[in-house]
Design a protein around this ligand. Structure first.
Ligand code: SF4
Length: 125
């Protein structure tokens, strides 16, 4: 099996809040028995979009032996997956991601979503 980058979930830290499920476009992370789990390793591309949203720092990217990422497996998985997607909102203006692009950010110790309109004033004051 090849070595590659893949998400690591610290189950001791994970509270099962579910915030990391939506940012994973491949649907690789699900909450199982109250903890976040990578349901099939070939679904995780190791991009790490989930990492910034975890409020307790339970997610990281590590390099280890894992099945290769498979676009075909992702397409099949998403076709059969129950629709559990939760629309995210900007923590400042409340705009939803179907109206304006949102980015994950850290603000005052919290992992939040901010829209592209609110981000510049957040950075520059
Ligand atoms: S965001 Fe962090 S604490 Fe919440 S379910 Fe995912 S890994 Fe667990």
């Amino acid at each position: 099996m090849p070595k590659r980058q893949i998400v690591r979930i610290d189950e001791e830290k994970c509270t099962g809040c579910g915030l990391c499920v939506t940012p994973c476009a491949e649907g690789a992370i699900q909450i199982v028995d109250g903890k976040a789990r990578v349901v099939r390793e070939e679904l995780c591309d190791g991009a790490g979009f989930c990492i910034g949203v975890c409020p307790v720092g339970a997610l990281s990217i590590e390099e280890r032996e894992a099945p290769a990422f498979s676009k075909e497996a992702v397409q099949e998985h998403l076709k059969n997956k129950e629709k559990t997607y939760l629309t995210q909102t900007c923590f400042l203006c409340g705009n939803t991601e179907d109206r304006i692009p949102l980015l994950p950010c850290r603000h005052r110790g919290e992992s939040l979503w901010v829209c592209t309109r609110c981000l510049p004033p957040l950075i520059h004051g």
